[in-house]
Design a protein around this ligand. Sequence first.
Ligand code: MGD
Ligand code: MGD
Ligand code: MO
Length: 551
Amino acid sequence: MTGLVTVLGSGAMTNTINGIVDSDVMLVIGSNTTETHPIIGLRMLAAAKKGSKLIVADPRRIKLCDSADQWMQQRPGTDGALINALCHVIIRDELEDKEYIAERAENFDAFKESIADCTPEWAAKITNVPATVIEEVAHIFAKADRAGIYYTMGITQHTSGTDNVCSLANLAVITGNLGKAGAGLNPLRGQNNVQGASDMGCNPTFFPGYQRCDDETARKKFAEIWDAPITDKPGLLATEMGDAIMEGKLAGLWIMGENPILSDPNSAHAKKAFEQLDCLVVQDIFLTETAEIADVVLPAASFAEKNGTFANTERKVQRVRRAVPPPGDARDDLSIINMVSNRMLGNRHGGYQGTTDPIYHTVPPLASDVFSEITKCWVAMEGMSYDRLEEGALAWPCPDTDHPGTPILHESGFPRGKAWLSAITWDGPAENPDDEYPLVLTTGRVLYQYHTGTMTRRSEVLENSAPSAYVEMNPADAEELKLADNEMVRASSRRGSIELAVRITERVDKGIVFIPFHYKEASANLLTNDALDPHCKIPEAKVCAIKVEKM
Ligand SMILES: Nc1nc2c(c(=O)[nH]1)N[C@H]1C(S)=C(S)[C@@H](COP(=O)(O)OP(=O)(O)OC[C@H]3O[C@@H](n4cnc5c(=O)[nH]c(N)nc54)[C@H](O)[C@@H]3O)O[C@H]1N2
Ligand SMILES: Nc1nc2c(c(=O)[nH]1)N[C@H]1C(S)=C(S)[C@@H](COP(=O)(O)OP(=O)(O)OC[C@H]3O[C@@H](n4cnc5c(=O)[nH]c(N)nc54)[C@H](O)[C@@H]3O)O[C@H]1N2
Ligand SMILES: [Mo]
């Protein structure tokens, strides 16, 4: 949920997955696409085969590097400098799309001024990427007719996450790559319905449809639709809640479908906070580490056991249909919410009068009722209905019932009129290596496991494919520490310590190590830093300082 910031309207792909094969150039930055979005990864490989140039920017030699025309191996946390230098070269060599900028962007002069000193030589010192490679990549990108940018957590999980995304937006705008096929700014979203969750306002600053809670007119509109008063005080973001509990400002929490005891950076701090709550409710399909310390556990139904819609990363809303009934007393999430709110309302409006259907275990209002309310709340989905979705998925905006949906955003302009080119100064990560903690740790995922493993570690085939935690380390570092491949080591940061096997590999550069965060027996988040991006409050899961010791 914390994943992506809202730029240019919302954090979704501006373009389509199938359209990737139409690109002339793909810049994949901070996304291990073949492992984390395998289907999209296949499209990229197909595009590369067709002649599209693939540029990868990643501190690790990920699989995509094998098919790449250029690989920029930047140090973790230096993307801002790298992207500014790409923009610098493009403008220095007059490769920017002048017509597009004049027509569709503002603040160009101030932006140009802000990157005047961001030479490739300057960036090479910060990033470790040779200046000549930065120049070459800038030329390939700017000269392409259709260049698409694809990014994920390598870009966003930093204290500079918002800045990084804005810098990528600058790059797309000055090269005229928004609003046409095979191009665009494309955050690949992580979960099956994280897009739908943010579209529906699972964020304290927004109502459904990115309508702001601090906007008086929006508040009035929703107070009317929901027939209830609405406060003008914004809520807390998930990453702000730990501190709020510690300060005594938050006494109860109802967690649905998250396992923060393993997934929150600096998770020992998170756990301490949760243990202080007066009341912790966890609603999950399995008894997770977080559910184990809960006062109440509500057993939920999985995706295959319920009806509704999911919105995917390319803004496509699609129907989900129950294939099997939920086991035992488990109920779909909506029914659980209905049952609780029914009791909370004390039958105000006569309550929902919901009876539990013995076969389907659903309590009204049903997912279809909720969907028709959505279409009344947000103009971008006003033209959708379950009937239309029977014919196939629709991409928002879809403002009326004969509108075909909008696969590519910004074809005729931007929601705010013109695109704002922001002046971004690169600022390093919150924690840098020193004598005591000399290694830079970055964390992430492997193909066979999903996050905290509550689901994938219960599957024998997946678990056997990636059964245990490890730390990837360059041979030069391993030699200094006199480590043999697969030897058990202790990894420690200022926040905690874990024991795991070392995997000696050229995949990472000297001074950089990588740990997947899937394994509770060696949880990477005991080490990570919970420093937050000041704008969207995403934690810096991609950079912290650690040491590794022989045991
Ligand atoms: N198999 C599998 N697939 C998944 C998931 C899963 O758990 N397992 N989770 C899903 C979810 S919710 C999400 S959000 C996505 C995440 O998808 P990704 O973001 O692709 O996954 P990560 O492994 O977190 O990180 C991506 C890449 O960022 C690189 N990286 C590390 N530090 C930096 C840096 O400072 N700069 C740059 N540019 N790159 C850096 C890493 O080397 C890695 O290759 O995956 C989704 N798909
Ligand atoms: N160090 C480090 N930490 C990270 C990251 C990183 O790259 N590095 N990535 C971050 C990112 S991008 C993400 S998205 C988070 C993920 O963090 P979490 O969301 O906490 O991780 P999951 O293991 O996916 O937990 C989802 C839970 O939902 C349950 N579930 C599945 N389906 C349903 C359902 O239909 N209903 C209900 N009620 N429950 C359901 C699952 O059983 C599981 O327990 O981790 C974050 N933490
Ligand atoms: Mo995510």
